[in-house]
Design a protein around this ligand. Sequence first.
Ligand SMILES: Nc1ncnc2c1ncn2[C@@H]1O[C@H](COP(=O)(O)OP(=O)(O)O)[C@@H](O)[C@H]1O
Ligand SMILES: [Mg+2]
Length: 260
Amino acid sequence: MQRIVVLNPKGGSGKTTIAINLASYLASQGARPVLMDFDPQGSTVRWVRKRKPSQARIQVIAAFEKDTRTTRAFQLRVPEDTSHIIVDTPAAIEPGELPEMTRNADKIIVPVLPSDIDIHACSKCIRDLLLVAKIRREDNRIGVIANRIRRNTLTYQSLIRFLHTLGIPIVATIRDSQNYVRAAELGVGVHEMKSYVARADVEQWAPLVRWLAGPVPDAGSPPAQSSGGTGGTGETTVVAQSVNPAPDAACVVPPAVAKA
Ligand SMILES: Nc1ncnc2c1ncn2[C@@H]1O[C@H](COP(=O)(O)OP(=O)(O)O)[C@@H](O)[C@H]1O
Ligand SMILES: [Mg+2]
């Protein structure tokens, strides 16, 4: 069972969109994903409830509800045949909550939008993951998704450059597409839409899927090179470098992280 946490304290960065589309993809491949919604807004729960019985089954747990009649562990239990737990997290979570939120996470996906404000928030989020939640960069557990991208805009270029400097791989580049808005309304994911409508969106999920399926380093193995250019899965490097080669930027550690 793989535990995937989608996280970025910045609201509107695409956490729910990524979580539900990933669940939809996995379910359409015959896997048994469970969505765990920690956001009191309950968007993920609402999306699952829109699904029809004829669609691939996705279970959801309203983890934001605190049920005092049972233990927390009982409330969060998943079926035995669960293949993936996808955790959708709320906005504005405090750094102190990150260790708990990311505990046992095999992969942590951080969606980020190409705006100055979002880039700044993402930088803080990744710093907190490394320093507060103590996620080791070389474990390849953190991946950024550049979301709502319009190629060749200046903010997109600066987002790519910034992600290189973090040494964290870009595991997918998702375009700005009304298909995500429509899919959310309909209780489906882009993978479940007609292929002539959503082909361009579906193709963009391939690097993410490969990154998720990639090897998990075992505790005894020596750490890989901590460079966004060469230490990642390779997939992500291709995504980033195809837009902005800047290989020299890949090893730069942001001063705030390097200091601590
Ligand atoms: N790639 C995308 N293209 C178009 N709209 C998007 C995309 N990603 C997210 N959105 C829209 O942006 C809004 C915020 O996304 P959401 O996933 O709810 O963010 P979060 O869960 O981080 O708050 C939603 O209306 C969603 O449909
Ligand atoms: Mg959300």
